[in-house]
Design a binder for this molecule. Structure first.
Ligand code: 13P
Length: 310
């Protein structure tokens, strides 16, 4: 069948074709928690960016296809440098990651030469390579707490997570002014209104939300921690990208869950579609390539995180 004919198939036929070609090519498909459920259904692994990369490392597949955004494909490549890693969409990228040119860090490093540089995992490889330790949304507090009190800390690139860490640890961090537009756009007024409407629901928000919203929330946690919460509890307000809410609705149809804001949509994550996945699988286009030195330095920063938390 030609590529054009394949793309005229309906949803379940495209899914069947993906499963068939995936098997023929021994390909491992990963989808981020925010990706549409119809793509998650054909994925071998669904999770956050770090765990997609760690799962890929356990697989003996010949090919890896990442359905998410570029920085997450890079994370898969960094932990699997000898493997061929593809993206489902050629320009699904992260606005937070690209809000500042990675060279902004050079200025901060020159001003604070002794500082520890903590880099949130959702960042470009070029920035991670300049950091001394990586963190995730799930372990950012632990990582900062593990750094000796007398050390200055530069925390990049998300200032909202940085402010949340400052609030929780009492440490002063040197922060840039970049943020995730999807999370930052939720106001305290909106959070207050939703909580008023659902007073006995637990409000869970991602630490990429602004500090006022985080302080108001019942729980501030990563996407995987939100999934764990809903698995064990009922009545939750989901304060992160809408794709996670849809995933939870599909997984737990009987549970009472609502979203914090219908505006929490990552346009780049939404560039991923079943059609892109099929096309990328057939053509093996959009391979993630990184310089060896970047992979090496980034891996050192990740390994320091793994020494503290796994
Ligand atoms: P986690 O899945 O690591 O919580 O973060 C997801 C993310 O990209 C937030 O925007």
């Amino acid at each position: 069948m030609t590529k054009e004919k394949l793309l005229n198939l309906n949803k379940s036929e495209i899914q069947k074709q993906i499963m068939k070609i995936k098997k023929e090519k021994n390909c491992f498909i990963m989808a981020h928690n925010y990706i549409d459920v119809e793509i998650q259904e054909i994925a071998d692994y669904v999770g956050d960016s770090l765990h997609m990369a760690l799962e890929a490392a356990k697989s003996d597949a010949d090919l890896f296809l990442t359905c998410s955004i570029k920085i997450m494909g890079e994370a898969v490549k960094i932990l699997n440098p000898d493997k061929k890693v593809l993206m489902a969409h050629k320009d699904a990228d992260c606005r937070l990651a690209n809000m500042k040119d990675p060279s902004f860090l050079n200025k901060l490093k020159a001003e604070h030469p002794e500082a520890e540089i903590v880099c949130y995992v959702n960042s470009p490889a070029a920035l991670k390579a300049e950091s001394t330790i990586t963190c995730t949304s799930a372990n950012c507090i632990k990582i900062v707490e593990a750094i000796p009190d007398n050390k200055e800390i530069i925390f990049v690139p998300d200032c909202n997570i940085g402010r949340w860490v400052e609030y929780k640890t009492g440490r002063k961090l040197i922060l840039p002014d970049s943020f995730c537009y999807v999370h930052d756009r939720v106001s305290i007024e909106e959070a207050f209104e939703v909580k008023k409407q659902y007073p006995d629901y637990t409000l869970l928000v991602h630490p990429e939300c602004n500090l006022e919203v985080c302080k108001f929330a019942d729980v501030v946690c990563s996407t995987s921690q939100m999934i764990d919460f809903v698995a064990k509890n009922d009545k939750a307000i989901i304060g992160t990208e809408l794709g996670l809410f849809k995933q939870l609705q599909a997984r737990y149809p009987g549970k009472n869950i609502v979203y914090l804001s219908s505006e929490m949509v990552c346009e780049d994550m939404k560039k991923n579609s079943l059609e892109n996945v099929l096309t990328a699988l057939i053509s093996e286009e959009y391979e993630v390539n990184l310089e060896e030195s970047i992979i090496h330095r980034t891996k050192e920063s990740l390994d320091r995180m793994f020494e503290i938390v796994r």
